[in-house]
Ligand binder design. Sequence first.
Ligand SMILES: Cc1cc2nc3c(=O)[nH]c(=O)nc-3n(C[C@H](O)[C@H](O)[C@H](O)COP(=O)(O)OP(=O)(O)OC[C@H]3O[C@@H](n4cnc5c(N)ncnc54)[C@H](O)[C@@H]3O)c2cc1C
Length: 359
Amino acid sequence: MEVTRPLAPAVEPNETSDLLTHLATGAEAVDRASDWPATSWLALQSAGVLGWPVAKEFGGAGHSAVELLRGAESLASACLTMAFVLSQRDAAVRRLLAGPDRLKLRYLPRLARGEVFLTVGLSQLTTSRQHGGPALLATPTASGFRLDGDIPWVTGADQAEAIIIGATLQDGLQLLAVLPTDRPGVTVGEPLELMALYGSRTSAVRCDGVDLDADLVLAGPADHVLGKAGGGGLETSALALGLAGAAIDYLHREAERRADLRDIATRFEAARRRARERLHELAVMPTATDAIHATRVGCTRLALQATQAALVIAKGAGFVVPHPVQRWVRQALFFLVWSCPRPVSADLLEHLALSDLSS
Ligand SMILES: Cc1cc2nc3c(=O)[nH]c(=O)nc-3n(C[C@H](O)[C@H](O)[C@H](O)COP(=O)(O)OP(=O)(O)OC[C@H]3O[C@@H](n4cnc5c(N)ncnc54)[C@H](O)[C@@H]3O)c2cc1C
């Protein structure tokens, strides 16, 4: 992918800026159209956002975990589609940062400058296809591994020079590796027709006898190579919180001229503050998986409830395209399926099972 170096000075993750206005203006189009959102991506690059998670020694800004969560929340409230695409690229950055030096050097400087796009296809190890055999099988060979099977979900796959993939060996151990998309045997499917976030160009990727050199392995083979949490991390919660925030900001604006809405807006604001504080606390302390998952459930419920409250207030007008409320309501449903490990799904189902209405 041909891209140019950043031209504008970097914005801080917590800074409101022209970038957010730019992203918000394009948000409906990138949610609904399958075209790669090149203009919005270039805006992220120009504002220096692509360097945020990359360590300084590789040319990035090396922002802290809390700064990154704050930045992700702001971006998601402006345009969830772009914040989501960025989150998948940033997940690739995190995996590279934990990998061997040769792969860091090969990719991270170019990622920081926005000269290359990488993404992840990891859910087959955690939240997708867990009820059958391995979706993507890795078989040891003399030079590394052979890959066969499916990577069911890869955002921006057809834009990616390489995908950080997870594969399972016959004995159940797992590995993480960099899979260049031009390897013989790699087939990137057409973008899936999504109910929201369509511009993320999410596809399935097929591997048929793909040779993977040993020097492309990032981690493993090992048991639970991604750790025990298996998805639903703080980054996903930050995006849910950002989307909730877009709806809560709308409630505040409406409450300025409709006094009867002030109490509702105040209650949602308090919930947003509590969720944000919890998220930032978890980012700086060694944390049990349960707490991470509980936060994800809380942020998902807040996104669903705040966007639906916004729809109640926007009424029929909010149901009509391009009113932003209809987009936020559709996008909130994404958090019911994206990166939801079993405890998160179980808890969400428990809340959805109308426990308070059944007695
Ligand atoms: C828009 C979008 C973008 C995404 N992008 C990425 C990405 O870039 N990278 C990435 O790694 N992941 C990505 N994901 C994957 C995501 O994190 C989840 O893993 C995914 O949504 C899980 O859905 P699934 O249909 O694959 O789940 P599955 O569990 O495979 O379910 C598939 C079907 O099987 C059925 N089923 C499930 N469990 C059972 C069971 N026990 N017995 C019988 N039937 C069962 C379900 O009812 C379902 O219809 C993306 C997902 C979405 C929706």
